[in-house]
Design a protein around this ligand. Structure first.
Ligand code: NAD
Length: 493
């Protein structure tokens, strides 16, 4: 099928009909699928639709390349990653444009994502040359123990649409740094950004087969093909908890090493001694970055009753000023949600909350002429701790506020979720903030900050938010197996 004209200049130098990147070549598939701009609904590209046989070819290529990539000097691997970092920075405008086209993010969010995504290449270029290890004498004497970290092998990477660049680089960079080769399946909604990333790794000198890309509309087939292949030794998945469970079950058959970055339900806590101006600014970032479509997005605001009215009024007033619009609207702060289905789901969640007794206290205006999938930013008050909206991931620009009357109640409500990814605490007294933070069942806690993502920090969750960490040194260890040598080494007389 011929390629739909690449109407958007930012994708003009990609060839989406040849989106399969296998063994260093860009290949077509037997069919294509359409990618749409969620801000307008218009088709922006027809992308090669990978099959099970393409998935197998990608593993053939990655397995062959692993032999030499794992023994390539760490400095050489680092140079490829650093080259990718430099290219990504230099190409920021085009990559941000690409994300705006296929994901719908507003410009500031898209630029922020590219900058964040590039940092994973830089950080892991720096980590690649510090593989670490240990040397020690055994307690009984007479032997020495040498501990090394060796690349695990071919890694299957599966990424979501909400951060199409950063979720890919957060996996590819540590995998390559550790000496793994990768097969990547991007989300069906956002394959073009993944193409651009594979292209810049190719340009930075990644040898053929080290990075392979298989966009598809048949994720279950492509990913299960990988998980049943004995050459695939690692699955790293970012996405919903439901799909994570499916993949963990499949991984169990061959006991595949698994890293899971799953859904969140972040509490945003405001105590009565918090700096409310700072809390409102932090709340806007934690809730509305990316239109609320972030796994770290504040999902429930737990506010002490002494500051409930004040915080609610100030936060609500700020929310009412948020401008929603397509990425082409340079003044837009909130973009569309990813699909009509997502918009309908969010509206349903709000309607159910209102039926259960909540009220919409503040709502930003929405231009009735908008044609994409838009949801008005809004604040809900009188939400009870056990309301459905407080237990499911909203993934949109809706902020439910729950009244709490003590730190103990705050912790009980915060921890009653099965998720435990991010949490946020705003408190005036740092000791109090730390006491709350230590009581939270969450992998990451922002303290007087509305943002926790940092390539140099270990990102990940507890409970059903996942297994393992990305970023930091921990992120590279996820792509290694520990091996030790026990060496006969008699003590000197
Ligand atoms: P999703 O689980 O629907 O899809 C994620 C990826 O899995 C996509 O590539 C998709 O094609 C693929 N997939 C879907 N079904 C599959 C199956 N049966 N077998 C194999 N692959 C399959 O999630 P989404 O809607 O794309 O993303 C939103 C979710 O991701 C939210 O729950 C969000 O919290 C989570 N997320 C988590 C993190 C994190 O770091 N913890 C980061 C971003 C997003």
């Amino acid at each position: 099928m011929p390629l739909t004209p690449a109407v958007d200049p930012s994708i003009a130098d990609l060839d989406p009909a040849r989106a399969l990147f296998i063994d260093g070549s860009w290949k077509p598939a037997t069919t294509t699928f359409e990618v749409r701009d969620p801000g307008s609904g218009r088709v922006i590209a027809a992308v090669a639709d990978g099959s099970a046989s393409d998935a197998r070819s990608a593993v053939d290529s990655a397995a062959a390349a692993w032999t030499s990539w794992r023994s390539t000097a760490p400095r050489t691997r680092a140079d490829v990653l650093y080259g990718a970092y430099e290219r990504m920075r230099a190409d920021l405008d085009r990559l941000a444009g690409l994300i705006m086209s296929e994901n719908g993010k507003c410009e500031a969010d898209a630029r922020g994502e590219v900058t964040y995504a590039a940092e994973f290449f830089r950080w892991f270029a720096e980590e690649a040359v510090r593989p670490g290890g240990a040397f020690g004498e055994s307690p009984a004497g007479g032997t020495r123990t040498i501990v090394t970290h060796r690349s695990v092998g071919v890694a299957a990477l599966v990424t979501p649409w909400n951060f199409p660049a950063a979720m890919a680089t957060r996996k590819i960079a540590p995998a390559l740094a550790a000496g793994c080769t990768v097969v990547l399946k991007p989300a069906e909604e956002t394959p073009l950004t993944a193409m651009a990333i594979a292209r810049l790794l190719e340009e930075a000198g990644a040898p053929p087969g080290v990075v392979n890309l298989v966009p598809t509309t048949d994720a279950p087939t492509v990913v299960s093909t990988w998980l049943s292949d004995s050459r695939v030794r690692k699955i790293s998945f970012t996405g919903s908890t439901n799909v994570g469970r499916i993949l963990l079950r499949q991984a169990a058959d061959r006991v595949v090493n698994s890293s899971m970055e799953l859904g969140g339900n972040a509490p945003f806590i405001v105590t009565e001694d918090a700096d409310l101006d700072a809390a409102v600014q932090g709340a806007l970032v934690a809730k509305f970055r990316n239109g609320g479509q972030a796994c770290t997005a504040a999902n429930r605001f737990l506010v002490h009753e002494a500051v409930l009215e004040d915080f609610g009024a100030r936060f609500g007033a700020a929310v009412e000023t948020l401008r929603t619009g397509p990425a082409s609207d340079q003044r837009a702060q909130i973009g569309p949600v990813i699909s009509a289905g997502a918009a309908a789901r969010i509206e349903r969640v709000v309607a159910e909350a209102v039926q259960a007794g909540a009220r919409v206290s503040h709502r930003a205006p929405l231009d009735p002429d908008l044609t994409g999938h838009f949801v008005a930013p809004q604040v809900l008050r009188d939400v009870t701790p056990d309301a459905a909206i407080a237990s499911e991931e909203i993934f949109g620009p809706v902020a439910p506020i729950i009244r709490c009357s003590s730190d103990e109640e705050i912790l009980t409500v915060a921890n009653q979720s099965e998720s435990g990814l991010a949490a946020y605490v705003y408190a005036g007294d740092l000791q109090r903030a730390m006491r709350l933070a230590e009581g939270l069942e969450a992998g990451m806690v922002g303290i007087n900050r509305g943002l926790v993502s940092d390539p140099a920090a270990p990102f990940g969750g507890v409970k059903q938010s996942g297994l393992g960490r990305e970023g930091a040194r921990e992120g590279m260890l996820e792509y290694t197996e520990t091996q030790y040598f026990s060496v006969d080494w008699p003590n000197q007389g």
